[in-house]
Design a protein around this ligand. Structure first.
Ligand SMILES: CC(C)(COP(=O)(O)OP(=O)(O)OC[C@H]1O[C@@H](n2cnc3c(N)ncnc32)[C@H](O)[C@@H]1OP(=O)(O)O)[C@@H](O)C(=O)NCCC(=O)NCCS
Length: 187
């Protein structure tokens, strides 16, 4: 086997630089938000994944296929006959890298991590994401539902707050050419 892919991966980490402040959120449910008029939401199976091509490019649809094969769960919101929103959940126990390998969230077995959420650009600002988040938070298959946002993602934070999520802790990462430091803070 050629050593090149392995070396590329090893060397690639030295190109990572940047700063990120991430808020980690958690909810055990209890908030109910009405979905936007004309929008229906359902938990989908792997056969439905291609429907996301109404809002996602081919590589994102391929990513959705790959994570569904790995045991993620997904919800699609539909409006006007197309997919207008997607949200994923990774069930615990799992360690998930929130920002490269410097910010890892350990999700215990009864919990799940919500990630990969996006709304179709023509359908933003109607409360679709907020209502989907509240709906997933009320799912009984998992106890705690975790989420994460960079502090710059104001829309996502507003949606999480509206959906009843509470800040759990923050992670501030400073990385410079592959050398990184993470500081955990209170919520
Ligand atoms: C973040 C995102 C999923 C929000 O979807 P959405 O369906 O428009 O969300 P909602 O309509 O529920 O809006 C949530 C809140 O964000 C606000 N909001 C929506 N778009 C916004 C924008 N571009 N800038 C600032 N606030 C915005 C809404 O006004 C609402 O707050 P309010 O009810 O207090 O007014 C969507 O913008 C998106 O796909 N972004 C790119 C991917 C992403 O960031 N995903 C989340 C990763 S954590």
């Amino acid at each position: 086997m050629s050593p090149l892919p392995w070396m590329r991966r090893k060397l690639g980490r030295f190109s990572v630089s940047g700063t990120a402040k991430i808020i980690v959120w958690r909810s055990t449910g209890g908030t109910h938000l009405p979905q936007a008029p004309g929008v229906t939401v359902r938990k989908i199976s792997v056969e439905d994944v291609d429907q996301a091509n109404s809002m996602d490019d081919d590589s994102t649809v391929e990513y959705l296929h790959s994570v569904m094969r790995r045991g993620y769960h997904a919800w699609f919101a539909y409006c006007d006959g197309i997919v207008v929103h997607r949200s994923l959940l990774l069930p615990g126990p799992e360690a998930y890298h929130l920002w490269h390998h410097w910010a890892t969230l350990h999700i215990p077995a009864p919990d799940g991590l919500i990630l990969g959420c996006a709304t179709h650009s023509s359908y933003g600002g109607r409360g679709i994401y907020s209502a989907v988040l509240a709906m997933i938070a009320n799912e009984s298959s998992w106890l705690g539902k975790w989420g994460f946002t960079e502090t710059s993602n104001v829309a996502s934070q507003r949606a999480l707050i509206k959906a009843g999520f509470q800040p759990n802790h923050t992670l501030t990462v400073r990385a410079w050419h592959g050398l990184g430091r993470t500081v955990r803070g209170a919520a």
